[in-house]
Design a protein around this ligand. Structure first.
Ligand code: PEP
Ligand code: MG
Length: 607
């Protein structure tokens, strides 16, 4: 099952007497590690042919049911092992196991496989293989699918294949891979690491993970990051070049893998490790300290949340609220769309969990790069009508065309708002009429709830808007009369201002928020918000970049929302800065006309 070769030595302080080789993969989980390789190979499954069974359909059906029951039992056991893992890892893996369990419980896959047994007289193996191939192909990337949906489609495809693989192992009796006999402190080297493999990786025993397959955003990558195991995936020729026991340096940020490093390279890696250790210690301490500048100003640092189960991370990283709850996750999987009661439960739990801290819930922001497949499935989005969805009916525009979706969501949020301190955010605004229309619906929802006898607080939760189109930024003077607060969405604002797709890899050099045009648009919004005493916060990715935050503080901003994991680094920067230094940076930046010079100025600040 596991091919193990001769291990040359355990010493990691001295280089081996072999030629050094450098490989480049995709760094997916940060951390520099020096350790020896331990290779694992998956025992291949036999080829499953679509042959008629020698048994009766009932007997095959019973075999399939047994394999399903055994697979569910194994998943349950796997779940049991999660308790020792850090929260982030446990949450990710738990969610993945739930998906697998769904797929094994009266799902399309199970129903269709059973049908094959009775209708075509196939073996259980053939039925599972055939049906999972069909479902995986349907769920996977399709020709003409927008770039930004491909990763998600790949992930869903992988889920079908993984569940099928587990069933087939149980049907054929080909055992699973185990990592328990890998020497503690080694680097696990494999052709492919599956999400379920990642689930049994013990971060206290395995120093790092390397694989030939895999990508930055698949389940395996997400889990390895959550487990905090340094990892590089998609390393070409990895298993041909690395031998059992080879001395390796893995850099999980840059994706560099060094085989048989020489002494100079080893010394370099050791000092990088020492630097990282220092940094980690500092950031851990920071979580408990206030986000206060040297000159005394307090800066609000909130978190952007995409899944309710990210809350532990938010609390652990010291966020003082949710600046942006992207609610798409509730709508992406549920079929049909979640109703008011279903949404209410999710929001109420979250708002209560925030214990009075600001909880900003954004209404559904489908369209553009989000939820297109679901919109098509629901017959809401018509490709023929809309060739470029990023410039089409998205965000609030879509909700105003389908007010029943907006109303159900607003009623659910209003009901949940009594549990804590809620704000409601409208996405993708390009004119004041949209906000007026949304506010009318909002007030109508509140009246309707009161008529239904639902107790709401006298003052409704503030209704704010995202400023993420140049149109909104340029008409902020009118918007301020309709909006209770502003959230600057620099991700979309950058895309629409620079005419560069936010998710197209090709455009990545062109896509930068550090552009003079962006600064001018942001300044308009900030000045207006400050003049009219409206709270304003930045919740785009720009808020996760410590130096950009310094620039934005200089512009007058005092509130930021970012992925929870980015908070400590931003806080550390804030605690080292004076308001004078930020003002000075901003004064110089706003005069700049050249984006390259502007980027240089910001990148070199405080370094
Ligand atoms: C933004 O556009 O900056 C934003 C925060 O919204 P999203 O990334 O969800 O589009
Ligand atoms: Mg946006």
């Amino acid at each position: 099952m596991i091919k193990r070769l001769r291990r040359p030595s355990n010493d990691i302080t001295l280089p081996d007497d072999r030629p050094m080789k450098i490989l480049q993969g995709t760094g997916i989980s940060a951390g520099v590690v020096i350790a020896r390789a331990s290779l694992t190979f998956e025992r291949p499954l036999p080829v499953i042919e679509s042959l008629p069974s020698q048994l009766t359909a009932e007997a095959e059906s019973a075999r399939l049911d047994q394999a399903i029951a055994l697979t569910l039992k194994q998943l349950k056991k796997l779940r049991g092992k999660l308790s020792g893992l850090p929260d982030e890892g446990r949450i990710e893996i738990d969610a993945m196991l739930t998906v697998y369990e769904h797929m094994l419980s009266h799902s399309r896959l199970v129903r269709a496989a059973h049908r094959r047994l009775t209708e075509d007289g196939l073996t259980a193996e053939a039925a599972v293989q055939l049906e999972s191939d069909i479902l995986a192909a349907k769920a996977g990337p399709q020709p003409g699918m927008p770039e930004e949906e491909i990763e998600g489609a790949r992930r869903r495809e992988g889920e079908f294949r993984e569940v099928a693989r587990r069933l087939l192992r149980n049907l054929t009796g080909v055992s699973f891979r185990a990592f328990s006999d890998i020497p503690s402190g080694s680097i696990l080297v494999a052709e492919q690491i599956r999400p379920a493999d990642a689930a049994v990786i013990d971060p206290n025993r395995i120093a790092a993970v390397l694989s030939e397959g895999g990508g930055a955003t698949d389940h395996t990558a997400i889990m390895l990051r959550a487990l905090n195991v340094p990892a590089v995936l998609a390393v070409p020729n990895l298993t041909d070049l690395v031998e059992e026991g080879s001395l390796l340096i893995v850099d999980g940020s840059s994706g560099r893998v060094v085989i048989n490093p020489d002494s100079a390279t080893l010394a370099e890696a050791r000092s990088a490790m020492a630097e990282e250790a220092k940094e980690r210690k500092g950031i851990g301490r920071l979580r408990r300290l206030p986000s206060r500048m040297v000159s005394g100003e307090d800066i609000e640092l909130m978190a952007n949340i995409e899944l309710a189960n990210e809350l532990p991370l938010l609390h652990r990283n010291g966020a003082t609220g949710i600046g942006l709850l992207r609610t798409e996750f509730l709508f992406d999987e549920t079929e049909p769309l979640p109703d008011e009661d279903g949404q209410y439960e999710a929001y109420a739990e979250l708002v209560a969990d925030m214990q009075g801290m600001t909880t900003t819930i954004r209404v559904l922001d489908w369209g553009g790069e989000k939820g297109l497949a679901r919109l098509r499935q629901l017959g809401i989005h018509d490709e023929a009508e809309e060739e470029n969805p990023a410039l089409g009916v998205r965000g609030l525009r879509l909700l105003l065309r389908h007010p029943e979706i907006l109303e159900a969501q607003l009623c659910a949020i209003l009901r949940a708002s009594v549990e804590g301190n809620c704000r409601i955010l409208l996405p993708m605004i390009s004119s004041v009429n949209e906000v007026i229309a949304a506010r009318q619906i909002y007030e109508r929802c509140a009246r309707r709830l009161r008529r239904r006898g639902v107790k709401l607080s006298g003052e409704l939760p503030p209704l704010g808007i995202m400023i993420e189109t140049p149109a909104a930024a340029l008409t902020v003077g009118a918007l301020v009369r309709q909006a209770d607060f502003f959230a600057l969405g620099t991700n979309d604002l950058t895309m629409y201002t620079l005419a560069v797709d936010r998710s197209a890899a090709m455009g990545s050099e062109l896509y930068t928020a550090l552009h003079p045009s962006l600064l001018r648009l942001l300044r308009l919004s900030v000045d207006e918000a400050l003049r009219s005493h409206r709270p304003i916060c930045v919740c785009g990715e720009m808020a996760a970049d410590p130096r950009s935050v310094a620039l934005l503080i200089g512009m007058g901003l005092r509130s930021f929302s970012m992925s929870a994991a980015s908070i400590p680094a931003v806080k550390r920067m804030i605690r080292s800065l004076s308001i004078e230094a930020c003002d000075d940076l901003y004064r110089r930046a706003i005069l700049m006309e050249d984006p390259i010079e502007l980027t240089k100025l910001v990148r070199n600040f405080a370094s």
